[in-house]
Design a protein around this ligand. Sequence first.
Ligand code: IPM
Ligand code: MN
Length: 353
Amino acid sequence: MNTYKIAVIPGDGTGPEVIAEGVKVLESASRRFGFGLDFTWYDYGGERYLRTGEVLPDGALEELKQYKAIYLGAIGNPKVKPGILEKGILLALRFGLDQYINLRPVILYPGVDTPLKDKGPEDIDFVVVRENTEGLYAGAGGILKKGTLDEVAIQESINTRKGVERCIRFAFDYCRRRNKGKKVTLCGKTNVLTYAFDLWERTFYEVAREYPDITTEYAHVDATCMWMVKNPACFDVIVTDNLFGDIITDLGAMIQGGMGIAAGGNLNPEGVSMFEPIGGSAPKYTGKGVINPLAAICAGQMMLDYLGETEAAKAVEDAVKKTVSHDLKSMSAGKMGHTTSEVGDLVAGYIRG
Ligand code: IPM
Ligand code: MN
């Protein structure tokens, strides 16, 4: 029997509640499909930081490298100044483990409401491949003469040929494996960001030559937002930089039914990957048992797929589809018609069959 060692970081806010349901579902899939999951829990997050002053302890990255994957809840705590936990934990993990892809599927399941009028599951089924270690997230720049009238703030976007190329290549490979629309759209801003997206565009068309079976398309980021609302069916795989990917995937989450269902994977195809719901720690719902755990469950499904347990991943996806179409009144926190743990029970129940 295959047993996978998984590091679990429930994190802040509603993170622990949704991760508990995700683990419940993963365990039901492991029992049904005959593989083992060996979870080790880590308390990284805001509470630990407030107690100890430490974000990630020394050696954390090295320790995490021994796992097959990381399962993360949420990072962010209203008692901590914005940026400290995000940079000190979430981005430190993404960068430190060189998880250079942030894979974010935007899929509307039957029975889930979208705010887009006259659009249904046949229109909303695409994947965003977000570069995850560079761009404006790299932290390059600084502040000079802070607090004075002469203050200067510079924040630079770092784009390396290697970083851009590996991301674009992943998008083409993924598109081929996905085998749906066979189209990759580069989302950029070549009309204004004429250095960064010049590199992206040149690399995109160079790599594309190796994939003659795949159609290419380019869209500016503003137009991408427009098309995601007006005609989302035109997308199959979108590849983009870190910040644009961050922004368009929040829009993507909304059209697929909300943060309650949107999941993502921070992938290092040669190393350790990390799976998380893309919504935040939702402080106002914390501890109430009303948050939707499906995003965390779907992140778990992506993790199973990534581990090669494709049948189990498929079973989780089917169980989620049944739950949203038969049982849930809404995807929104407090409006599901069920508690957080009841939703986990429903999905786990469908997996048991
Ligand atoms: C996300 C989040 C993070 C990001 C924040 C919390 C740093 O918004 O995962 O999309 O900007 O990447
Ligand atoms: Mn985001």
